[in-house]
Design a protein around this ligand. Structure first.
Ligand code: NDP
Ligand code: 2IT
Length: 449
């Protein structure tokens, strides 16, 4: 009786009215709505029950003050958040981001995306995202420690191994997770897997650090194979040089690809013959341990450094967007196409603008959207949770095999819902519908909640 068909523009107008001034959240929802609304209109059980309205409203938004003291004895005040988006298919799960100017808008887009991504992993994982407008860059280890302890002093009230399990994201790596876990343990007097991405000494999983990047390349490999192509000998550009980008580069090289450019927010390194393993290991050490800038790589190895630039201007067959949201614009997409790029994989969350994603699709570039391509990180987080519950740990080979299998299953789900007439696969539609269906069906089963 309420089954009037949904209209994308009307749906978006309502969403924008309820969530004004949140352009990133609007963008993430629109991308999903464009493929899921036509599917919902063919399946009226989702219309009457207003599933999409319910899925776009977070279960709860927690915001709190984080007060800490810097090395000069000055009092600093930041804002902390946890957006618990949806726990229909498992406990809330998703990363923490520490970066300047972090807003609720960004966290809502990330939490919404996480709902679909976690559903695609095939594991029982709900969705959340959190973080703070604290910028770890340039802070001493002790400052980062005091901040993390203050942040966890509030966050611990809202998380738990069967309730909400945070992990890392931009600005939150192994160091931050260790400080956060230490403080949680002190406050709760419990040792359990409440965070993932932990150190190997205290319950961390092998290959969690590498998992997002490795998974992105496994997905790209599946996508290429499905279209009669391979990574072998392909020239690749990778944006960023953080956790995701570094291990994307490593796996590309292991599978025979050639990494010719990487970046950070200050510019691009261009290594014309491709990075060697020795150079990549040097870069990993620079970024993970010395917290240096990518220009130091160019100085050390005497290669080209282009300040204030993007990797997309360098001709390549494969592009991996592994830095941040909206880093690949319509102009960048045009440059990629005119330079002969055949495939793009999103290691970062929502790195392509909507216009860029549409343009790539129209020009028959294979396009692996973030919620499918970068799901390997949270998937291995799920495996870390399993190992913690069993109080056992799996070997590197076992974990890499499981990760590979999960990425293949995600690819299969994309084909199932995204195969179009002929050869073309709309991976965006495939990922959105497959991710949606599992969560929506669980929500339907619970009734009106
Ligand atoms: P890191 O903090 O480790 O690295 C981020 C990298 O991106 C750095 O090289 C950084 O350069 C660069 N970067 C950040 N902002 C900008 C910008 N505005 N312009 C250009 N470069 C920028 O983060 P991660 O590698 O963990 O995360 C990268 C992306 O992957 C994010 O979108 C994140 O949400 C996503 N992701 C992360 C997962 C994980 O497990 N860590 C899992 C799935 C997705 P600089 O140092 O100069 O700022
Ligand atoms: O965006 C993401 O999927 C992550 N930052 C990883 C989340 C997790 O819980 O491992």
């Amino acid at each position: 009786m309420f089954s009037n068909k949904l209209n994308i523009e009307e749906f978006m107008q309502g969403l924008i009215k309820r969530n004004p001034h949140e352009p990133e959240f609007h963008q993430a929802v629109r991308e999903v709505a464009e493929s899921v609304i036509p599917y919902i209109n063919q399946n009226p059980q989702y219309i009457e029950t207003r599933i999409l309205e319910r899925m776009t409203e977070p279960d709860r938004v927690i915001s709190f003050r984080v007060c800490w003291e810097d090395d000069d004895g000055r009092i600093r005040v930041n804002r902390g958040y946890r957006v618990q988006f949806n726990n229909a298919i498992g406990p809330y799960k998703g990363g923490l981001r520490f970066t300047t100017h972090l807003t609720l808008d960004t966290l809502k887009f990330l939490g919404f995306e996480q709902t679909f991504k976690n559903s695609l992993t095939t594991l029982p994982l709900g969705a959340a995202k959190g973080g703070s407008d604290f910028n770890p860059k340039g802070k001493s280890d002790r400052e980062v420690m005091r901040f993390c302890q203050a942040f966890m002093s509030e966050l611990h009230k809202h998380i738990g191994p069967d309730m909400d399990i945070p992990a890392g994201d931009i600005g939150v790596g192994g160091r931050e997770i260790s400080y956060l876990f230490g403080q949680y343990k002190r406050l709760e007097n419990r040792f359990h897997g409440v965070l993932t991405g932990k150190g190997l000494e205290y319950g961390g999983s092998l290959i969690r650090k590498e998992a997002t990047g490795f998974g992105t390349v496994f997905f790209m490999n599946e996508m290429l194979k499905h279209h009669g192509e391979s990574l072998d000998g392909k020239r690749c550009v990778v944006s960023g040089s953080g956790n995701v980008a570094l291990y994307t580069a490593e796996k590309i090289m292991q599978l025979g690809g050639i990494v010719i450019a990487m970046s950070d927010s200050s510019g691009v390194i261009h290594v014309k013959d491709g990075l060697t393993l020795e150079q990549l290991n040097w870069l990993i050490d620079l970024k993970e341990h010395r917290r240096g800038r990518i220009k130091e790589f160019a100085d050390h190895f005497n290669c080209e450094f282009v300040p204030d630039s993007k990797v997309w201007t360098i001709p390549a067959q494969l592009a991996f967007a592994c830095a941040t949201q909206n880093e690949l614009t319509i102009d960048d997409a045009k440059t990629l196409v005119s330079n002969g790029c055949i495939a793009v994989a999103e290691g970062a969350n929502m790195p392509s603008t909507l216009e860029a994603a549409h343009y790539l699709k129209e020009n028959k570039v294979l396009f692996a959207p973030a919620k499918a391509a970068n799901a390997g990180g949270v998937a291995v987080s799920g495996l870390e949770m399993t190992q913690n519950s069993m109080r056992l740990s799996w070997s590197m080979e076992e974990l890499e095999d499981r990760l590979k299998t999960i990425m293949k299953q995600i690819h299969k789900q994309c084909i199932q819902h995204g195969q179009e007439d002929g050869e073309h696969v709309d991976y965006v539609r495939g990922a959105n519908i497959a991710g949606f269906k599992k969560v929506a069906d669980a929500m339907l089963a619970y009734g009106v909640v």
